[in-house]
Design a protein around this ligand. Structure first.
Ligand SMILES: [Fe+2]
Ligand SMILES: [Fe+2]
Length: 161
Protein backbone atom coordinates (compact mmCIF):
# COMPACT_ATOMS: atom_id res chain seq x y z
CA UNK A 1 0.00 0.00 0.00
CA UNK A 2 1.15 3.51 -0.70
CA UNK A 3 2.73 5.26 2.30
CA UNK A 4 1.41 8.48 3.80
CA UNK A 5 4.47 10.51 2.73
CA UNK A 6 4.21 9.42 -0.88
CA UNK A 7 0.44 9.99 -0.88
CA UNK A 8 0.95 13.46 0.55
CA UNK A 9 3.57 14.21 -2.08
CA UNK A 10 1.23 13.07 -4.87
CA UNK A 11 -1.66 15.10 -3.47
CA UNK A 12 0.48 18.21 -3.04
CA UNK A 13 0.92 18.47 -6.82
CA UNK A 14 -2.83 19.04 -7.22
CA UNK A 15 -4.80 22.27 -7.02
CA UNK A 16 -7.11 20.31 -4.67
CA UNK A 17 -4.40 19.65 -2.08
CA UNK A 18 -6.01 21.62 0.76
CA UNK A 19 -9.41 20.11 0.02
CA UNK A 20 -7.93 16.59 0.03
CA UNK A 21 -6.15 17.27 3.33
CA UNK A 22 -9.45 18.33 4.90
CA UNK A 23 -11.32 15.33 3.49
CA UNK A 24 -8.55 13.09 4.77
CA UNK A 25 -9.00 14.40 8.34
CA UNK A 26 -12.76 13.91 8.08
CA UNK A 27 -12.31 10.39 6.68
CA UNK A 28 -10.01 9.47 9.53
CA UNK A 29 -12.57 10.70 12.10
CA UNK A 30 -15.36 8.82 10.32
CA UNK A 31 -13.30 5.62 10.34
CA UNK A 32 -12.68 6.07 14.05
CA UNK A 33 -16.39 6.35 14.78
CA UNK A 34 -17.12 3.25 12.73
CA UNK A 35 -14.07 1.41 14.12
CA UNK A 36 -12.66 0.98 10.63
CA UNK A 37 -9.08 1.31 9.38
CA UNK A 38 -8.24 4.97 10.07
CA UNK A 39 -4.91 4.92 8.22
CA UNK A 40 -6.53 3.56 5.07
CA UNK A 41 -9.52 5.90 5.16
CA UNK A 42 -7.18 8.85 5.71
CA UNK A 43 -5.21 7.84 2.58
CA UNK A 44 -8.38 7.54 0.52
CA UNK A 45 -9.39 11.07 1.52
CA UNK A 46 -5.93 12.39 0.73
CA UNK A 47 -5.87 10.84 -2.74
CA UNK A 48 -9.48 10.96 -3.91
CA UNK A 49 -9.13 14.03 -6.16
CA UNK A 50 -5.59 13.58 -7.54
CA UNK A 51 -7.00 13.50 -11.09
CA UNK A 52 -9.06 16.66 -10.56
CA UNK A 53 -6.89 18.93 -12.70
CA UNK A 54 -6.58 16.46 -15.57
CA UNK A 55 -10.30 15.73 -15.68
CA UNK A 56 -11.42 19.36 -15.60
CA UNK A 57 -12.93 19.23 -19.08
CA UNK A 58 -14.00 15.59 -18.81
CA UNK A 59 -15.62 15.03 -15.43
CA UNK A 60 -17.05 11.62 -16.29
CA UNK A 61 -13.45 10.42 -16.00
CA UNK A 62 -13.06 12.00 -12.53
CA UNK A 63 -12.19 9.35 -9.97
CA UNK A 64 -11.69 6.72 -12.66
CA UNK A 65 -8.35 8.12 -13.75
CA UNK A 66 -7.22 8.55 -10.13
CA UNK A 67 -8.21 4.98 -9.34
CA UNK A 68 -6.31 3.73 -12.40
CA UNK A 69 -3.22 5.64 -11.34
CA UNK A 70 -3.42 4.11 -7.85
CA UNK A 71 -4.02 0.53 -9.01
CA UNK A 72 -1.97 -1.83 -6.85
CA UNK A 73 -1.22 0.94 -4.33
CA UNK A 74 -4.54 0.86 -2.45
CA UNK A 75 -6.80 -2.07 -1.60
CA UNK A 76 -9.71 -2.68 -3.97
CA UNK A 77 -12.28 -1.09 -1.63
CA UNK A 78 -10.24 2.11 -1.58
CA UNK A 79 -9.95 2.24 -5.37
CA UNK A 80 -13.70 1.60 -5.64
CA UNK A 81 -14.52 4.44 -3.23
CA UNK A 82 -12.43 6.84 -5.32
CA UNK A 83 -14.07 5.66 -8.56
CA UNK A 84 -17.56 6.03 -7.09
CA UNK A 85 -17.26 9.32 -5.20
CA UNK A 86 -18.48 11.63 -7.97
CA UNK A 87 -21.87 10.90 -9.53
CA UNK A 88 -20.67 12.23 -12.89
CA UNK A 89 -18.64 9.03 -13.36
CA UNK A 90 -22.01 7.24 -13.41
CA UNK A 91 -21.20 4.66 -10.70
CA UNK A 92 -23.33 3.84 -7.67
CA UNK A 93 -21.92 3.93 -4.11
CA UNK A 94 -22.25 0.59 -2.32
CA UNK A 95 -20.00 0.26 0.71
CA UNK A 96 -19.42 2.18 3.94
CA UNK A 97 -16.17 3.63 2.54
CA UNK A 98 -18.02 4.78 -0.60
CA UNK A 99 -20.64 6.61 1.45
CA UNK A 100 -18.04 7.96 3.86
CA UNK A 101 -16.00 9.50 1.05
CA UNK A 102 -19.13 11.07 -0.45
CA UNK A 103 -20.08 12.46 2.98
CA UNK A 104 -16.63 13.80 3.85
CA UNK A 105 -16.17 15.26 0.37
CA UNK A 106 -19.47 17.16 0.63
CA UNK A 107 -18.75 18.33 4.19
CA UNK A 108 -15.36 19.57 2.99
CA UNK A 109 -16.91 21.40 0.03
CA UNK A 110 -19.51 23.10 2.23
CA UNK A 111 -16.86 24.26 4.69
CA UNK A 112 -14.63 25.53 1.88
CA UNK A 113 -17.51 27.21 0.11
CA UNK A 114 -18.25 29.12 3.32
CA UNK A 115 -14.64 29.87 4.20
CA UNK A 116 -15.25 27.95 7.46
CA UNK A 117 -12.90 25.56 9.22
CA UNK A 118 -13.28 22.75 11.69
CA UNK A 119 -14.08 22.69 14.55
CA UNK A 120 -17.56 24.01 13.83
CA UNK A 121 -20.79 23.39 15.72
CA UNK A 122 -23.47 21.28 14.09
CA UNK A 123 -25.87 24.24 14.21
CA UNK A 124 -23.42 26.51 12.42
CA UNK A 125 -22.62 23.79 9.92
CA UNK A 126 -26.31 23.23 9.19
CA UNK A 127 -26.70 26.93 8.48
CA UNK A 128 -23.62 26.94 6.22
CA UNK A 129 -25.03 23.91 4.41
CA UNK A 130 -28.30 25.68 3.75
CA UNK A 131 -26.45 28.64 2.26
CA UNK A 132 -24.09 26.52 0.17
CA UNK A 133 -27.02 24.46 -1.07
CA UNK A 134 -28.85 27.44 -2.46
CA UNK A 135 -26.21 27.44 -5.24
CA UNK A 136 -25.48 23.72 -5.20
CA UNK A 137 -28.61 21.93 -3.96
CA UNK A 138 -27.10 18.45 -4.23
CA UNK A 139 -24.63 19.22 -1.42
CA UNK A 140 -27.37 19.15 1.19
CA UNK A 141 -28.55 15.68 0.18
CA UNK A 142 -25.03 14.26 0.01
CA UNK A 143 -24.60 15.14 3.69
CA UNK A 144 -28.00 15.04 5.34
CA UNK A 145 -29.42 12.10 3.40
CA UNK A 146 -26.23 10.07 3.66
CA UNK A 147 -27.11 6.60 5.02
CA UNK A 148 -24.08 6.67 7.33
CA UNK A 149 -25.69 9.37 9.46
CA UNK A 150 -27.65 6.59 11.19
CA UNK A 151 -24.37 5.25 12.53
CA UNK A 152 -22.08 8.23 12.97
CA UNK A 153 -22.39 11.41 14.97
CA UNK A 154 -21.98 14.32 12.56
CA UNK A 155 -21.42 16.80 15.39
CA UNK A 156 -18.43 14.77 16.61
CA UNK A 157 -17.06 14.72 13.09
CA UNK A 158 -17.21 18.51 12.93
CA UNK A 159 -16.37 19.48 16.49
CA UNK A 160 -13.70 16.93 17.31
CA UNK A 161 -10.39 18.71 18.01
FE1 LIG B 1 -13.90 14.67 -6.52
FE1 LIG C 1 -13.25 16.05 -3.39
Amino acid sequence: MIGLDEADHLASASSRYHHMQLVSVLMSRTAKQLTMDQALWCLIGLLHDIDYDETKSNREKHGLLASQRLEGRLPREGLDAIRRHDHRAGLTPETDIDFALILCDAVGLILEESGARIPVSLDDFTELSEKASSQKPWLWNLVFENPLLDRIDLSRLLEFK
